[in-house]
Write a protein that binds this ligand. Structure first.
Ligand SMILES: Nc1ncnc2c1ncn2[C@@H]1O[C@H](COP(=O)(O)OP(=O)(O)OP(=O)(O)O)[C@@H](O)[C@H]1O
Ligand SMILES: [Mg+2]
Length: 346
């Protein structure tokens, strides 16, 4: 599925359409868009009211005729037309004019490791609607591996874990290709949901979606580990009365609630290691796991993985940007060797 480096070098722009955020890299310019994958639409007229940060801030605060939609869900584009409209707005007139001037516009996009033909088709269609005459698809795991500077092309194993919003993808990379990989449909969104559910059941408190992040921030410093404050005060709405109420939340209980989705991730690591050839497992024990993706910043997640796998765990610099920066490096021709995807040896 992964395009060759030669083809990628000829692309003019690259897009990472994520469940949480959309990022666009323009060759020669760099990262031009890093905004939430959200659009607000007037359902009476069909007009687009806002996209990105503005639209996200409207979530839960709109009159009935304005709908806030997310055209990307579970790792793939679910509303192609809306994704195109959102991307057009996010790119802005200036960038669109620059891209329109190319006689044969080529685009690159990263897609989840196990994207089905429909999901791949949706990514291609979205970019074709933006004027691309040819679209190259790259596996997110390879793009992120390149983006965080892993020596993916060497004959040594490296393990990468892309912690996204909708899913966590894991792979062992060697010689520029994926040796074994796993996609676990549990990501930052599942962790947020677990926190919301916990507060609902335990404290009868409804938490507006945007305040989950402040809760995680309140837990930071101790996060998923047992150090730091034992309680934190959270304001939400009472489930029964609908009135605002503040409760003192036990951080240990929140940690416990988050454990359930994270267990699935641990199972995934075990499976990838079991499927990996023994020689490569030895490399992995030294090199450990490289975490990328926005949810890698979940406080304490790295310590938890270190404790449960016994392997060194590193968080990439700016983990949320690794996939798009990797695509960018491929577009700019900064990646060697020429073949990313080696032909099967038989
Ligand atoms: N500082 C942080 N602490 C905890 N979680 C964070 C932090 N920053 C971002 N996140 C989480 O990271 C996720 C977004 O990560 P990212 O931008 O990699 O997702 P995405 O690429 O849009 O998703 P996907 O790749 O699954 O489609 C969100 O779920 C968000 O809650
Ligand atoms: Mg992503």
């Amino acid at each position: 599925m992964t395009a060759s480096l030669d083809q990628l070098r000829r692309c003019h722009f690259a897009v990472d359409l994520g469940a949480a955020r959309t990022r666009v890299y323009v060759k020669g310019t760099g990262l031009v868009v890093d905004q939430p994958s959200v659009a607000a639409v007037n359902t009476r007229t069909g007009a687009l009211i806002a996209v990105g940060e503005f639209a996200e801030r409207m979530t839960g605060r709109t009159p009935h005729y304005i709908r806030v939609v997310r055209p990307v869900s579970g790792g793939s584009v679910v509303d192609i037309e809306m994704a195109q409209r959102m991307l057009r707005q996010l790119l802005g007139d200036k960038t669109r004019r620059t891209l329109r001037r190319k006689p044969f516009l080529r685009a690159a996009a990263c897609t989840p490791h196990d994207a089905d033909p429909l999901g791949r088709r949706a990514a291609i269609e979205t970019l074709v609607g933006l004027g691309a005459r040819r679209v190259e698809l790259v596996d997110t795991l390879l793009a992120a591996g390149v983006g965080c500077g892993l020596p993916v092309e060497r004959p040594e194993a490296t393990m990468i874990m892309v912690c996204g919003a909708a899913a966590t993808q894991l792979a062992v990379l060697s010689l520029g290709a994926i040796v074994t990989a796993e996609r676990i449909p549990v990501g930052g969104e599942a962790v947020d949901r677990a926190i919301v559910q916990h507060l609902r059941h335990k404290h009868e408190l409804m938490l507006p979606s945007q305040s989950v992040r402040p809760l995680q921030i309140a837990l930071s410093g101790n996060g998923l580990t047992a150090h730091g404050p034992t309680s934190t005060v959270i304001t939400g709405l009472d489930v029964a009365t609908g009135l605002a109420r503040s409760v003192k939340v036990d951080t240990a209980a929140v940690r416990h609630a988050i454990q359930t989705p994270l267990t699935a991730v641990l199972d995934g690591i075990g499976k990838v290691l079991r499927d990996c050839p023994p020689d490569l497992v030895a490399d992995l024990a030294d090199r450990g796991i490289m975490m990328v993706g926005g949810s890698a910043l979940l406080p304490g997640l790295d310590q938890m993985l270190r404790a449960s796998t016994g392997m060194p765990v590193h968080i990439a610099e700016r983990p949320e940007l690794c996939a798009i920066q990797g695509l960018g490096a491929m577009l700019e021709g900064r990646v060697e060797p020429l073949e990313l995807h080696l032909p099967a040896d038989d």
